[in-house]
Design a protein around this ligand. Structure first.
Ligand code: ARG
Length: 490
């Protein structure tokens, strides 16, 4: 029987149908390099601590280096007979350094801490990738905002026209929203980037290991110290999937707006041809499939979060094989979230925002009524509740006559009937949507000045975050180089 099949205490091999069922080869495929890196750090540490002799360690490391280059060339095939990536890498070392040395590599280590090491190493890079994609989308929104702080559109509540806003204000709302997603992912990264190695199976080890050294070699920011807790826990995955779920909720809301705004009824946005899909029967169709798919993928990511939550809810401490199911949906979610971000970025970049339609709608449906009510308060000393009532009556009469605020004279006459006399020019200014957005100068408001202020601050914030991502990436790179140097020196 092949070594590495862990059948020492059993009579014979696993049942045929057990092999595929227990294997995690499929979900381990993306973690081969991580498993090798973890292995190298471990062996370097064993040698440094005198647990494995230098000469032996060198041979094991030689085989691991070979495994690494095979894997980079796509020549490291995972053998499904060997259950998982860990047994595959160990088996590879046995093949090239001999069974005895290969067998030494697993001293003071367990697959229970190994699988966590690989997962955390892989996950941290994926988080960084997603953070970068979020920033790309934020920059696209900022570019749109740059040219549209004065372009008016209706702002909605209850999906009904509420007050005028600028397109730049709309675009920066998403920049603001995504900023919190970046924070959540960064917080999740902090939990992910801790070293589980050395926890071994569950209780630590009698060998004099050095967990600080493996932490340094793998570029972790600290040690996840408690051995029993660390092998049992997957809450770092819950945190990542929570952050991803909230991110997808945000992307799904954006998608919903893209879908609505690109209907004939709204007509505010037109997606470019490259980001639209056709119908197999209706030749005229131009469908926003891109946004619908993102909305659909949101369900998949929520499902992944629920899956891991349910998996963990009744698990006693210690490794349980249920935990092997932690990665299938996780990897899939990470990939789908990232492609959602990139595709939305492309779609927004190429979309056409229909400024004429926006301006037309914003003047048609009393979106400046609050402005009139405010004016009655500040200039006519009418209490707001009363001014609200009067303005409501004005709207009621205009609606009855099938008119709107563009009919200044007509509006003036109604106001006069309520003993309010506003000169035409002044009334026109009050009811002008463009002037209305200019007046909303409060911090965080829709005025061009307020929006430009926010844009400045968002840009500075994004620059800071980019620096931080770069720093985390270069920390990972330095650790990789340190391991390489130590491989050479051992
Ligand atoms: N393939 C396993 C997983 O993905 C690795 C850990 C196996 N540990 C064990 N005690 N069977 O979770």
């Amino acid at each position: 029987m092949k070594s590495g099949k862990l059948r020492g205490r059993f009579k014979g091999d696993l049942a045929e149908e057990m092999k595929g069922f227990t294997s995690s080869i499929e979900i381990d495929k993306g973690m081969i390099l991580e498993d090798i890196w973890g292995g190298e750090a471990h062996v370097i540490m064993l040698a440094e601590q005198g647990i494995v002799e230098g000469a032996d360690a060198r041979k094991i490391l030689g085989a691991l280096e070979r495994a690494k280059s095979d894997s980079i060339k796509g020549k490291f095939e995972l053998d499904p007979e060997l259950e998982d990536v860990h047994m595959n890498v160990e088996n590879y070392v046995m093949k090239y350094a001999g069974e005895e040395l290969g067998g030494k590599m697993h001293t003071a280590r367990s697959r229970n801490d190994q699988v966590l090491t690989d997962t955390r190493l892989h996950l941290r890079e994926k988080i960084l990738e997603i953070e970068e994609s979020i920033i790309k989308l934020q920059r696209t929104f900022l570019k749109l905002a740059e040219k549209s702080t004065e372009k008016i559109m209706p702002g909605y509540t209850h999906t009904q026209h509420a007050q005028p806003i600028s397109l730049g204000f709309w675009a920066t709302a998403y920049v603001s929203m995504l900023t919190r997603d970046l924070t959540r992912l960064k917080n999740a990264y902090v939990q992910v980037n801790k070293n589980p190695m050395g926890a071994c199976a569950l209780s630590g080890t009698s060998f004099p290991i050095d967990r600080e050294l493996t932490t340094k070699l793998l570029g972790f920011d600290g040690i996840e110290e408690h051995s029993l807790d660390v092998v049992s826990s997957r809450d770092f995955i819950i945190e990542v999937l929570s952050a991803l779920s909230i991110l997808m909720s945000n992307l799904s809301r954006l998608s919903e707006e893209l879908i609505l705004f690109s209907t004939k009824e709204f007509g505010l946005i037109e997606l470019s041809d490259e980001f639209s899909a056709g119908s197999s029967i209706m030749p005229q169709k131009k469908n926003p499939d891109v946004a619908e798919l993102v909305r659909g993928i949101t369900g998949l990511v929520y499902g992944s979060l629920i899956q891991i939550l349910v998996t963990l809810k009744a698990l006693p401490l210690g490794y349980n094989r249920d935990l092997q199911e932690d990665r299938t949906l996780l990897w899939n979610s990470l990939e789908r979230v990232n492609s959602s971000l990139l595709i939305l970025n492309g779609a927004i970049n190429k979309a056409r925002f229909n400024e004429n339609r926006m301006a037309e709608l914003v003047s048609e449906n009393f979106s400046t009524a609050t402005e009139l009510a405010n004016f009655l308060v500040s200039e006519k000393e009418i209490p707001f509740r009363k001014s609200h009532e009067i303005t409501g009556k004005v709207v009621k009469e205009l609606v009855k006559e099938k008119r709107n605020f563009r009919d200044i004279e007509y509006t003036r006459d109604i106001l006069k009937r309520h003993n309010i006399d506003i000169p035409p020019k002044e009334l026109r200014d009050i009811l002008d949507p463009k002037k209305a957005i200019e007046r909303n100068k409060s911090l965080g408001g829709t005025s061009p000045r307020a929006v430009k202020g926010m844009m400045e601050r968002f840009k500075r914030g994004i620059d800071e975050r980019e620096k931080d991502i770069k720093k985390r990436k270069s920390d990972i790179e330095s650790a990789r180089k340190l391991t390489e140097r130590m491989v050479g020196k051992t």
